[in-house]
Write a protein that binds this ligand. Structure first.
Ligand SMILES: C[S@@+](CC[C@H](N)C(=O)[O-])C[C@H]1O[C@@H](n2cnc3c(N)ncnc32)[C@H](O)[C@@H]1O
Length: 274
């Protein structure tokens, strides 16, 4: 198992075994992952592909992958120069480095030493997550090198998920893990996340899936278990309800379990749950 070198909100490490059971016995042509985040699925997917296209809207994130892919030793060298303390954290947070490897090291360092690893910027586009006081921060050199190895021969891009519509071909696999628009808060109410990924975006994603199916390609979509989501994405293929343990947010945060949907047009070849 390759540990992703970033912490990421909505990361799907918990789903890797299920995905691998689902695709077991199938072969695909090219692989597309337009909502890359920490790439936990790509780093661990048990299949080989002709070409791999990895994308995310977050340009700083994609620039970081590009550096880890091409100059991982320089990124590690800079990371080793960054101590985990409050003064240095706030100092490095406001820096605009010119050197790309140093910029990537800054992104990885802030991701691991910040309060919760969430990527959040202010209206000027400046990263503004506070210091995390994490005592157990280590630079995971082994993971960085393994991820770098995995990224060789991949095609990285930054942009909207819809950019691949015209390129997807018969037999390709598209793994879709969008930000959730609807989620349950701790009172059981539904929160609509208008700014980050709107309901409109979910409908656009539904159209992408129609195109994928038209082209006889395959998709796997994970999304919140919610009626609205079911209405948009239940296209008569396979739907699984998955349960994962999670911290339910809000003032009275507590551990709980959350249900998520997985929609796919891949017919499972083995028995049992995915
Ligand atoms: C739930 S996360 C993906 C998590 C990933 N599967 C993992 O395991 O870490 C969703 C990602 O979609 C990206 N994103 C948001 N809007 C997007 C858009 N319109 N097109 C492409 N990516 C987008 C976010 O930057 C975020 O990294």
């Amino acid at each position: 198992m390759i540990t992703p070198f970033l912490r990421w909100a909505g990361g799907k490490r918990w789903l890797i075994n299920e995905i691998n059971r689902l695709i077991d016995g199938h072969t695909f042509k090219n692989y597309y992952e337009p909502f890359l985040g920490s790439a936990s699925i790509f780093f661990n997917i048990n299949s080989s592909f002709d070409k791999v296209f990895l994308n995310d809207l977050n340009e700083d994130l994609i620039r970081t992958y590009q550096e880890v892919k091409t100059n991982v030793n320089d990124v590690i060298r800079f990371l080793k120069e960054f101590p985990n303390n409050k003064t240095f954290y706030y100092d490095v947070r406001k820096k605009h480095f010119k050197n790309n490897s140093k910029k990537a090291a800054q992104f990885i360092y802030l991701n691991h030493t910040s309060y919760n690893g969430i990527y959040r910027v202010n209206s000027k586009g400046e990263y503004n997550v506070p210091y995390g006081y994490k005592k157990n921060y280590i630079i995971d050199i082994d993971s960085l090198k393994k991820c770098s190895q995995k990224l060789q021969n991949t095609i990285l891009s930054a942009g909207d998920f819809s950019k691949f519509i015209d390129f997807i071909q018969e037999g390709d696999l598209v793994f879709l893990d969008p930000p959730y628009t609807v989620s349950h808060n701790n009172n059981g109410f539904i929160e609509y996340n208008k700014n980050l990924f709107s309901l409109e975006d979910q409908y656009r994603l539904g159209e992408l899936i129609d195109k994928i199916k038209e082209k006889k390609a395959f998709y796997i979509l994970t999304n919140a278990a919610h009626k609205t989501i079911d209405n948009i994405f239940n296209k008569g293929d396979y739907k699984y309800t998955l349960t994962r343990s999670s911290t339910i947010g809000g003032k009275n945060a507590k551990r709980g379990s959350i249900e998520e949907y997985l929609f796919t047009n891949i017919k499972r070849k083995n028995d049992g749950n995915i």
